[in-house]
Write a protein that binds this ligand. Structure first.
Ligand SMILES: [Zn+2]
Length: 65
């Protein structure tokens, strides 16, 4: 079953808050999606905490080695 979770994140480039749908199956992974506002590539890192809550962290593409 695919479960999508809506999360609000702040764009690391323009600072706008955008809502994204996170697929729980992405947990432990990383992917890139363009900002809906400034169209620059945001790196999303998805993880789960001990309570199975999804945690989404965003980075500038430049911050990822
Ligand atoms: Zn942006």
């Amino acid at each position: 079953m695919i479960e999508l979770n809506e999360q609000n994140i702040d764009c690391p480039y323009c600072g706008e808050t955008i809502s994204v749908l996170i697929d729980r199956q992405e947990a432990g992974g990383q992917y890139i999606e363009d900002c809906q506002v400034c169209c620059r590539p945001i790196v999303f890192q998805v993880s789960e905490d001990v309570l199975n809550n999804l945690i989404v962290t965003v980075y500038c593409e430049d911050d990822v080695v």
